[in-house]
Write a protein that binds this ligand. Structure first.
Ligand SMILES: [Zn+2]
Length: 410
């Protein structure tokens, strides 16, 4: 068989995914496997057992990131890494993260049974705690890319008081510093899209160009409480009426623009009484865009709207920026490698940004990185109903196989 016609084994991949989904199994096809839980430990054990026959080396770093390396024919060349995460949200599904890990296992199995050796070494990585559903902020890939120190992560405590370092030891995955000789040429990650775009356009593959930047802020509006019956409308300083006008104004700013999304998902109202004019409102805003300039522009437009609408409502305002993650732009050569693999395999594809944040965004800070998306049903993720068909995953993993093989050639 010609290498160009090589494909992974679709049913073997599916069976591995379903077997892994048994660990932390929850009702209605859900999976609950938060980072460093007993279930996370079992999932890591199973992965290790499966992958052992196909790799030459295994390493675990200080924060529990797991690396499995298959040597290439030329040990002087840097390796190519690929992977994702085995941890899930508290009420997650069967595909987010785990797909990108078991896809690489399937690639290794396929190369092994076809006796294909690549020039560059090639490795699978399972990043610790991608979801940050239990420990936050404590992403393993953030330590790898130098954004967080291992001490910061090891000392992190979950909301239930659990200690990261202690839990990591308990599941048996507290490792050592990575050897300085480990050189990485490129990193690729396969992931479900977690959005509805590919499904809507009936496409097989998303060639991810980068990830949206994100800014979160808290807006506090201070008005004056009053009797709902006695204060005339024109004399009110109603903080909730002010908030609702701000939210609809910000929405209409975005509806006129080509890119960017905004969500208000939290709101505290004081005194929160049906017959009292709201005196204080605090709401949280999440703003995202793939372009730095847009994010900056939105911040200015929103702050302006907040200030002028507050004045109109006789309220004072305070805006506090809580977090800022600049947009990620993936490496051009990785994007091209993925695109030509999808083209060669005659799959329907498009270039697109990622709406969500991934380990790949962290790794991209220090290593040329690319990402592949597969469609998922109704764009749903972080939920038991998360689903992607065997055929959709098959195409995603084939694209990964051919992209990785291309990068592992001299
Ligand atoms: Zn994920």
């Amino acid at each position: 068989m010609k290498f160009n016609e090589l494909t992974v084994n679709s049913s073997r991949l599916w069976e591995s995914l379903m077997e892994m989904a048994e660990i932390g199994k929850a009702p209605e096809n859900g999976v609950s496997r938060p980072a460093l839980s007993k279930e996370d430990g079992k999932a890591r054990d199973l992965l290790t057992e499966w992958i052992k026959p196909f790799v030459d080396e295994m390493m675990v770093d200080e924060v529990g990131n797991m690396f499995f390396i298959k040597h290439g024919t030329n040990s002087d060349l840097p390796i190519v890494l690929s992977g994702s995460h085995l941890d899930t949200q508290l009420h997650g599904g069967r595909f987010d993260g785990v797909l990108g890990v078991l896809a690489v296992l399937e690639v290794l199995r396929t190369l092994h049974e076809n006796q294909i050796l690549l020039d560059h070494g090639f490795g699978l990585v399972n990043w610790s705690n991608e979801e940050e559903a239990r420990f936050c902020p404590a992403m393993g890939s953030a330590v790898f890319s130098g954004k967080l120190s291992s001490e910061q992560v090891l000392d992190c405590r979950a909301s239930d008081g659990s200690h990261y370092g202690t839990c990591l030891k308990q599941i048996g995955y507290a490792g050592n510093q990575l050897p300085s000789s480990l050189k990485v040429k490129a990193y690729l990650e396969l992931h479900i899209e977690q959005g509805p775009v590919l499904e809507n356009e009936n496409l097989d593959i998303g060639v991810v160009t980068g990830a949206q930047g994100q800014m979160t802020m808290d807006v506090t509006l201070q008005g004056v409480a009053g009797h709902a019956g006695t204060v005339p409308m024109r004399l009110r300083a109603d903080a909730l009426a002010c908030a609702s006008e701000i939210i609809s104004q910000c929405r209409s700013i975005l509806l006129k623009k080509e890119d960017g999304v905004m969500t208000v998902g939290t709101m505290d109202v004081e005194p929160n009484s049906r017959s009292t004019i709201p005196s204080k409102v605090v709401f949280g805003m999440d703003i995202r865009s793939p372009h730095s300039e847009s994010l900056e522009q939105l911040k200015n437009q929103f702050t302006e709207a907040i200030s002028s609408i507050s004045q109109k409502h006789h309220c004072t305002n305070n805006v506090e920026i809580r977090s800022f993650k600049p947009p990620t732009e993936f490496d051009d050569s990785c994007i091209e490698v993925i695109e030509s693999a999808a083209k060669k395999l005659q799959y329907g594809y498009k270039r697109m940004p990622s709406g969500a944040f991934h380990d790949a965004c962290m790794v991209n800070e220090i290593i040329p990185t690319g990402m592949i998306f597969t469609p998922c049903l109704n764009g749903i993720s972080h939920h038991p109903s998360e689903y992607a068909s065997q055929e959709q995953l098959f195409k995603g993993v084939n694209t990964l196989l051919h992209s990785l093989s291309e990068l592992c050639r001299k």
